[in-house]
Design a protein around this ligand. Structure first.
Ligand code: HEC
Length: 133
């Protein structure tokens, strides 16, 4: 009898634990989610480079992104502080270089087409990142 009660108790506890278990996969960490792209005409020049960068490049180039992780390693090997792994902390990037990397790709970075980011959007992002001119 004791054994039956013990087995029943184990099943009951199991059922409670199962019912309380979260369903589906856990929520994604914030750096894996794409922020919402700014609204408006995508072909219009002079858009907000910061929010376009966060929306179009942020899932790789904000904190925790795979681009940031890889560039942090490269910067540290070159003797620079790890903060330089974030593109927004770099002051050695020229706007034309940013545009070339985005359109051609570089190493582990896949090229971004005009569907991913229009020329007008890329101009704004390159101006935002291109502190070296
Ligand atoms: C799918 C992830 C991903 C996306 C999206 C992405 N990048 Fe990258 N990016 C990388 C990785 C990874 C590297 C490092 C490549 C390497 O050296 O192998 C990189 C490198 C770069 C570099 C070169 C930095 C250097 O030190 O030479 C620039 C500039 C750059 N990205 C700009 C951008 C911009 C601007 C966007 C958005 C339009 C963007 N990236 C979108 C992953 C990404």
């Amino acid at each position: 009898m004791k054994r039956i009660i013990a087995v029943a108790a184990v099943f009951a506890l199991g059922a409670v634990a199962y019912a309380q278990a979260p369903s589906g996969p856990p929520p994604m960490p914030p750096y894996m989610l794409r922020t919402i792209a700014p609204e408006g005409d995508r072909l219009l020049p002079g858009r907000d480079g910061k929010s376009l960068f966060e929306a179009q490049c942020g899932y790789c180039h904000l904190m925790g992104g795979m681009g940031t992780n890889l560039l942090t390693k490269q910067q540290m090997i070159a003797g620079n502080p790890p903060q330089k792994g974030l593109l927004t902390n770099r002051d050695d990037l020229a706007a034309d270089y940013v545009k070339t990397v985005v359109r051609m790709g570089k190493g582990a970075m896949p090229q971004q087409t005009k569907v991913d980011i229009t020329d007008a959007e890329l101009d704004a992002v390159a101006r935002y990142l291109g502190k070296a001119g």
